[in-house]
Design a protein around this ligand. Sequence first.
Ligand code: PMP
Length: 281
Amino acid sequence: MGKIIFNGKIVDRSEVSIDIEDRGYQFGDGVYEVIRVYNGKLFTKIEHVNRLYESAEKVAITIPYEKAELVQTLEELVAINNLVTGIIYLQLTRGNFPRQHGFPSSDVPPTYVAYTREMPIPQASLDKGVRGLLIEDIRWLRCDIKSLNLLGNILAKQKAAEAGCYEAIQHRGEEITEGSSSNVFIVKGNCLMTHPATNLILNGITRRVILKICKENDITYKEEVFTVNDLMNANEVFVSSTTSEVMPVVQVNDKIIASGTPGPITRKLQQFFKQEIENLG
Ligand code: PMP
């Protein structure tokens, strides 16, 4: 894992240092992605790279690389680092500039860093399910941007961890938005529900794969707002993310969800999701 990408080139990690006036370091002024690697291959790479460019565009950062070139270098990095099961983390910041809130002059190039990390599939939790903690969503109103500014998410995740929970399930008033680093789904009756892809959530790539699976397999779903009460009385709850896949939630606060074990629709989606991974080769 000794090699990383720095401004488009694969170099030794020890050769790289980040300037103290990097906008990412000073303001969290940048965007990022996390891509899953299964069997040495990048899962849903096009979707992640497209979202990276979309996030960058939303905050007026121009990425000075072609998408195909960026993907190719990521694939080279995975091969050089012999990564089999893990993740690629990549981030672009607005570059180095003497500190001021306004943007640097337009000739300042972004700082681009990517590295790989081994990360096993969290199989025991996927089998058994995890606990969630309800937390008021205190974040800003552009959660659709995958921005480096994650203080709200971090504080929520830490509270969940301190309560012995895997994930913080956030709500704005009565409305469930998303997890601190995941999207939230419930099964109400026979219908899967998840928050619509508005400015209040990140439109997760895993979320999109799940909805595609539903469409292809006649699993009824609605992208509709649901409430804290709906969640607490749901037949099934799960969260989804690149690292957590389809993760059953069997308890929220003190409330056991349904029977306290992963439900049938969650299980079915886990199986279909595994198939998507296997289709990667
Ligand atoms: N919402 C938030 C706030 C996240 O941080 C993540 C994880 N990146 C997700 C949702 C899930 O997105 P994805 O499925 O693309 O990992």
